[in-house]
Design a protein around this ligand. Structure first.
Ligand SMILES: C[S@@+](CC[C@H](N)C(=O)[O-])C[C@H]1O[C@@H](n2cnc3c(N)ncnc32)[C@H](O)[C@@H]1O
Length: 285
């Protein structure tokens, strides 16, 4: 049977890196440049428009006036303009939307694994603070760890993530959270996931409500899911932005992984598997 409901998960298309000449009119393309500010407005009006509109007009359990939604979008754009980021605005709108649909709840606990320079963390922190929750941020804060992984994207192109890539040191992350997010609701967990996640407890009698993973490596995805999924509450969700990596798709599609390594009775429902970059893993039982 074909599902006719369009997926809210954004589409993804790999674009090979080209050597780009600096723009003639605007100086540089980097964070803070005029080029980047115009580009992010352009993307908001085109690639990310559907997700932005869905967020603007969604029904949430807690009051969220239109003017405040527009302000939140403006703050997302401000973070994108100033910080090097590794996600699209649409991806963060989808995650924000899922969180806002959960609404305020005592001890709301959100986890992000893979922080880089805190562009996504700053945006997420604005939503988490609005709901009165806590955002736990996990990263080495030294970039991608040493690894020997040779991975493949869904379109067949090879990809490797080298040691030190995406480095965001604690002072930079803290400063970006202060300028563009809400540092009060954030807790930083510094170190390799292998070291920090096993010891993580959401709090007495608490569970994780939502987690966002953007960790690039197969081994890191495995570690995150093994330690986070058992702590996810029923009805909670884990999003991963690594659904464009074939080896990650194979891992998530493996019943053995879920049953033997994660320790669940049956594999969870995964939206977008093998089709989208941003995947949603839902805990239903
Ligand atoms: C692509 S970046 C995250 C990008 C960020 N979410 C954004 O959208 O701007 C991936 C991050 O995962 C972290 N990472 C990957 N594997 C890790 C591991 N095993 N332990 C700790 N950090 C890890 C890296 O340090 C890096 O900051």
């Amino acid at each position: 049977m074909t599902n006719l409901t369009p997926s809210p998960l954004p589409l993804w298309k790999h674009r090979p890196r080209r050597k780009r000449a600096p723009p003639l009119l605007f100086g540089t393309r980097g964070p803070g440049s005029l080029y980047r500010r115009l580009k992010s407005l352009g993307l908001l009006a085109t690639r990310d428009r559907a997700a932005a509109l869905a967020f603007l007009f969604a029904d949430y359990p807690d009051p969220f006036p239109l003017a405040e939604r527009i302000e939140l979008i403006a703050r997302f754009v401000a973070a994108t303009n100033a910080i090097r980021c590794y996600h699209t605005q649409a991806e963060l709108f989808v995650v924000a939307d899922a969180l806002l649909r959960m609404g305020r709840r005592p001890g709301l606990t959100v986890v992000e694994a893979g922080v880089a320079k805190a562009a996504s963390s700053a945006k997420l922190s604005l939503v988490v603070s609005r709901l009165g929750g806590t955002l736990h941020l996990f990263d080495s804060f030294r970039g991608i760890p040493h690894n020997g992984e040779k991975l493949t994207r869904l379109d067949g192109s090879p990809v490797e993530f080298f040691k030190g890539a995406f480095t965001g040191r604690v002072p930079t992350v803290t400063q970006n959270l202060q300028r563009f997010g809400c540092p009060r609701c954030c807790v930083l967990h510094k170190g390799l996931f292998e070291e920090t996640l096993p010891a993580f407890e959401p709090g007495a009698g608490r569970f994780i409500d939502l987690a966002l993973l953007d960790v690039d490596l197969l081994s890191s995805t495995r570690t995150c899911l093994t330690h986070l999924f058992p702590k996810l509450r029923l009805g909670g969700a884990i999003f991963t932005q690594d659904g464009h990596i074939r080896e990650v798709v194979e891992l998530l599609g493996s019943a053995r992984f879920w049953i033997d390594e994660v320790g669940v009775v049956s594999p969870p429902r995964i939206e977008g598997l093998g089709k989208r970059k941003l995947l949603k893993i839902v805990r239903e039982s």
